[in-house]
Design a protein around this ligand. Structure first.
Ligand SMILES: *Cc1c(COP(=O)(O)O)cnc(C)c1O
Length: 399
């Protein structure tokens, strides 16, 4: 039997969502007549837009006719989709070559797979709290991880510490779980830090479509110099309800080079292309047609309507926090509201309290890192009626 990768032993048991499910199901067994409202959902709930569904149908029909059937497609994605994505970037003033855009089955795979390109000796800088994928994928590879603290004091937007050297930097903005979003000046500091350190920024913009504040950057490439140090990951999962349909895209600018230990330079764009051609055979044609439909005028307006619906829920939640003077981030440019647990509770105590007293399920901040120990995440992905009812119950608790 082959030896296994012992780095897997370093992974922390990811018990967050299973523990949440266990506690909810125990509660429901104990109190079967109580209604439970789930505001812990990290998944979209609205169906795909009409335009997207039409595109799926017509692409399926094409696949069923000899003259328009398609087999293996380009590993990087079809040009029609890469061009549509480039057009989306142009809408926020970023000019990309279609060869810098790689279509994939989602941002989760790509944020993990990108680690194939970098030495295991690199040091990785990861904010805490954060989406757990960055930590786990680098742990599997045995890389050294240093954490940077997101706290109430920095509004959960940690800034570079010049006394710390890092080679790989993860940034997620707007952030999951905190909903906090970096402004231009802050991202400029990160880009400068990366350029000074010869580091690469892995920028996760999965929630860019939730940005409502017109001054906030949707893409790191809105910052000068980022094309020399940043790779960007985005996805249609949250933008257009593609969590089950699966389509994302990664931008690897041609201007980024990475050095080997002996100083040899390699193009990251070429390396990523090589990696994808070796390990990936592309996203289904049908799905790529659906994704391209998202970027059409009607598709975008349907996506915006879905996001507006979620953001109304977000406002119901954030207004409640404001009413009680509870410290929070998010809810404006993000479907997540991240707040300090009331009554000095830690996040698991508050989880139990909210479930027992109000029948409302959220996500304990501790599941996203140490700095989340006294914080809690609610999401805007339930429907309006349930969100309003959950906040009515929340207010009762706070009296
Ligand atoms: C939901 C989410 C994604 C999207 O992942 P997919 O694999 O594209 O569904 C990426 N990053 C973060 C932080 C997310 O929360």
């Amino acid at each position: 039997m082959a030896d296994f990768n012992e780095k897997f032993l370093d992974l922390k048991e990811s018990y967050l969502f299973s523990e949440v499910a266990k506690r909810v199901s125990a509660f429901q067994q104990r109190e079967p007549e109580r209604s439970v409202i789930r505001l812990g959902i990290g998944d979209v709930t609205l169906p795909l837009g009409k335009t997207v569904v039409q595109a799926l149908h017509s692409a399926a029909d094409e696949m069923g006719r000899a003259e328009s059937f398609r087999g293996y497609g380009p590993e990087q994605g079809y040009d029609f989709l890469r061009e549509a994505i480039a057009g989306h970037y142009q809408s926020f003033g970023v000019k990309l070559d279609t060869n810098e855009i790689f279509v994939s089955d989602g941002a989760k795979s790509d944020t993990g797979n990108i680690t194939d390109l970098f030495s295991k000796d690199n040091t990785v800088l990861i904010p805490d709290p954060v989406y757990p994928v960055y930590v786990d994928t680098n742990t599997m590879n045995g890389r050294k991880i240093v954490y940077i603290n997101g706290t109430a004091e920095n509004d959960f937007l940690p800034m570079p510490d010049r006394s710390v050297h890092a080679d790989i930097i993860y940034i997620c903005s707007p952030n999951n779980p905190t909903g906090a979003c970096y402004n231009r000046a802050q991202l400029r500091e990160w880009v400068n830090y990366a350029l000074e350190n010869d580091a690469v920024i892995l920028f996760d913009s999965a929630y860019e479509c939730f940005i409502s504040d017109s001054d906030l950057p949707h893409s790191i490439y809105e910052i000068e110099g980022a094309e020399r140090c940043a790779v960007e990951f985005c996805s249609l999962s949250k933008t257009a309800g593609f969590t089950g349909t699966r389509c994302g895209y990664t931008v690897v600018p041609k201007a980024i080079t990475s050095k080997s230990a002996n100083g040899m330079e390699m193009s990251l764009n070429k390396m990523w292309n090589r990696r994808q051609c070796t390990k990936f055979n592309g996203v289904p044609y049908i799905v790529q047609r659906a994704a391209a439909a998202v970027f059409s005028e009607e598709g975008m307006s349907e996506a915006r309507a879905m996001i507006a619906h979620y953001m109304e829920n977000a406002k119901v939640i954030s207004d409640t926090m404001t009413e009680f003077g509870i410290r929070y981030t998010g809810g404006i440019n993000s479907p997540y509201i991240w707040f300090e647990c009331p009554f000095g509770m830690d996040s698991w105590q508050f989880f139990d309290f909210l479930l027992e007293k109000a029948g409302v399920v959220g996500t304990p901040g501790a599941g996203f890192g140490q700095n989340g120990n006294n914080w809690f995440r609610l999401t805007a992905f339930n429907n309006k009626e349930n969100t309003v009812e959950a906040m009515r119950r929340f207010k009762e608790l706070m009296k």
